[in-house]
Write a protein that binds this ligand. Structure first.
Ligand SMILES: *[C@@H]1O[C@H](CO)[C@@H](O)[C@H](O)[C@H]1NC(C)=O
Length: 195
């Protein structure tokens, strides 16, 4: 099963087909939105963990909000958005078989979020799967939306128990296949290294 998915991810057409068939019918337990702080490394780790958490909780993941700007290194403040750094469409399509990902909360929920109506959590990078199942899931089901604030570089313990090996694979897949820098950012990265 996994092998065939990997092949699909490397093949654009197959990937698109899977996306069209799989995503819209999935029933989820609610939405997870997240603010992610840190430099490139921490942000990447956090996004990998978020995908795993969304899958674990059967939640719809809203494209994470990247909070940090590294203006000191000369990158524009637009770095604050996911789509400035990463290829958003590819991210959503590549993970379509695993997690439902949307670009933003539906308008009504967005308004409720502004009124701070939803529970938020600040999980540590060592948080256990059990923390999410026992502490976060009930709130998610109750409120339909929860927020996560990630400052630590990740929100899920690095070594997962053997019965969650599938989630470990998913994290790796996010890191190495689904999260692609936009070409402009790649070029910028090379420039920064050369300086
Ligand atoms: C998520 O969905 C799967 C498959 O429908 C189910 O087995 C699992 O119990 C669900 N988990 C949660 C946390 O809702």
């Amino acid at each position: 099963m996994y092998g065939s998915r990997l092949v699909k991810i490397k093949n654009g057409a197959m990937c698109l087909l899977a996306f069209l068939v799989a995503a819209p019918t999935v029933q989820t337990n609610g939405f997870i939105y997240a603010k992610v702080f840190g430099g490139f490394e921490k942000i990447r780790t956090s996004i990998c963990d978020l995908v795993a958490i969304a899958r674990l909780l059967n939640a719809t993941l809203v494209i994470p909000e990247i909070q940090e700007s590294i203006q000191s290194k000369g990158i524009s403040s637009k770095f604050k958005s996911f789509s400035y750094v990463y290829n958003e469409e590819e991210f959503i399509a590549a993970l379509a078989n695993d997690v439902v990902i949307v670009k933003s909360l539906p308008p009504k929920l967005k308004a409720a979020r502004k009124r701070k109506q939803f529970p938020t959590f600040k999980p540590k990078s060592s948080a256990s799967p059990n923390f999410y199942i026992s502490e976060v899931l009930p709130k998610l089901k109750q409120a339909n939306v929860i927020g996560l604030v990630l400052i630590d570089g990740g929100c899920l313990q690095p070594i997962l128990p053997p019965n969650l090996v599938e989630y470990q694979r998913l994290r790796c897949r996010v890191a190495f296949h689904s999260l692609q820098f936009r070409p402009e950012i790649m070029a910028l990265g090379h420039l920064m290294v050369e300086r």
